[in-house]
Ligand binder design. Structure first.
Ligand code: ATP
Length: 287
């Protein structure tokens, strides 16, 4: 099972609920960049092996929590073995943990003979995290509410140059430091013209990430200088992306940034509809 990363091409915070959660309008794009997860039914309990030693190897890991939720929801008595190979940078605004959790639910539901219909799976996913339901469908979507009310949106298969400076940024911290009063009014547009992303790519959380890491501004300028059609910050950051019409253009821009930038650089393509997972890895390059 591949668990794709995402970028938020558009993210507008429209309010804060009494329970502390923020209401959003966001356009989310899944990418060919993905973690690899192997799920088997065996033995008792839940076991996890993850190739990133700095990530929790037990119940704090989102895949472990997803497996537990699935067992509780379905009464599944068989044990679950999880093997996770991470490729998506962690705490990067690329949704890796949420995607891994959704992948766990999808894989277990298949292995167990589909005991949970889609709406039930969606409810379980929402409990695990606001971004998790999006990764059940793996198609471009507009998220509303906390991000869990999803409707499909048409995007083109843009190429992305992803730029991560290697410093983690906690989503929680970003929301805690967000100045709601300083945000512009209602969404500027709800017509996300796929031919003209430069007119609508924006992110309200970007200001917080930029304040925390001012060097991101230079990297955004670098993406623009390298020929990006438009550029932005994904989710709560700090990963930046530049949009390009072709793989070659994204790759050339990556080589140019690489002359001075020491962090993580990758080229990936947007997934615009159902597409076999096996093809994804042929459309990702780290530079
Ligand atoms: P989002 O964009 O959804 O806010 P993110 O990409 O910024 O998420 P993640 O990579 O999902 O962040 O990680 C957030 C935190 O979740 C990390 O601090 C990490 O310790 C924890 N975590 C638990 N399980 C996982 C997992 N399978 N992969 C990545 N992080 C995980």
């Amino acid at each position: 099972m591949r668990c794709p990363a995402k970028v938020n091409l558009y993210l507008k915070v429209v309010g804060r609920r009494p329970d502390g959660y923020h209401e959003l309008v966001t356009v989310m794009q899944p990418l060919t960049l993905a973690d690899t997860l192997t799920v088997t039914l065996a033995g008792k309990g839940i076991s996890l092996r993850c190739d990133r030693p700095d990530l929790p190897q037990g119940e704090e890991n989102l895949v472990w929590r997803a497996a537990r939720q699935f067992q509780e929801e379905t009464g599944l008595t068989q044990g679950v073995r999880l093997r996770l190979s991470k490729r998506i940078p962690v705490a990067a605004g690329l949704g890796g943990g949420s995607s891994d959790a959704a992948g766990t639910l999808l894989a277990l539901n298949k292995l167990a003979g589909k005991p949970l219909p889609p709406d039930h799976l969606h409810r379980v996913a929402s409990r695990l995290g606001a971004d998790v339901p999006f990764f059940l469908a793996r198609e471009p979507a507009v998220g509303r509410g906390t991000g869990t009310q999803l409707s499909p949106v048409t995007l083109l298969p843009y190429w992305y140059l992803l730029v991560n400076p290697g410093v983690p940024l906690s989503t929680r911290w970003v929301y805690e430091n967000l100045d709601l009063a300083g945000l512009a009014g209602p969404p500027a547009t709800e017509a996300w013209d796929p031919e003209h992303p430069e007119t609508w790519v924006q992110n309200d959380l970007g200001t917080v990430a930029l304040k925390r890491f001012p060097e991101l501004a230079d990297l955004l300028a670098g993406l623009s200088d390298a020929g990006a059609w438009c550029q932005g910050i994904s989710g709560s950051g700090p990963t930046l992306f530049g949009l390009f019409p072709t793989r070659e253009a994204a790759h050339q821009a990556g080589l140019r940034l690489r002359r001075t930038f020491r962090g993580w650089l990758a080229v990936a393509r947007g997934l615009t509809g159902p597409e076999p997972e096996t093809t994804w890895e042929h459309h990702v390059w780290t530079i």
